[in-house]
Design a protein around this ligand. Sequence first.
Ligand code: URA
Length: 242
Amino acid sequence: SDSKIAPTQSVGPEYQPESKKPTATVSTPVDFENVTVLPQTPQLIALLSIIRNRDTQRGDFVFYSNRIIRLLVEEGLNHLPTVEHTVTTPVGRPYEGLSFQGKICGVSIMRAGEAMEQGLRECCRSVRIGKILIQRDEETSQPKLFYDKLPDDIASRWVLLLDPMFATGGSAIMAVEVLKSRGVPEERIFFLNVLASPEGIKNFVSKFPKVRVVSAFVDAGLDEKNYIIPGLGDFGDRYYTR
Ligand code: URA
């Protein structure tokens, strides 16, 4: 995983014979029990191919990254614990179903993480969302907490931490430290990201073995400026300004 070459695999609908399936770069495998990578489906690879393309303009970048974010949120919700919940249908019959065990909230790491808030709201009506602003200190080049605004009762919630680009893991690590200092146990934190680096994952998991990570794709590595490669460039710039 440190070789910075991502694996290639045939990707296509299950019914197609292997020989008919096209080949594509797929996620670097990671084997940490608490890290989940989205299934490398033809749809996901096609969506990623659009947002990774340097020639994709802002409107399409926003639309297609929102699609991937939605897939990520839907997968993340599958990892929340549920309890038995039986309801009665309009025809008077019981249905033995489930409901989520606890309340959730989102916490976005500004600015790029705010791009993931809408996808969470689409899945969880009137979900509470907090924010954390972490930036690199110019002098020390270490991440520094500049601002946070979190729900008062966050300690009793399941927290979906949102940041699309999981590069070195510096910001995510600081964000988890803030959440833990507010009383959120690691086990109740889920970190959702679009692109991760193997270095970032390794670093993060060694500090927080109980936080669950859900990534759409683990890329090959980081370049000398700590950009994810092959990556997609600066997510915040492409989503908000270009
Ligand atoms: N943040 C980004 O937006 N892109 C990267 O490649 C790394 C961090």
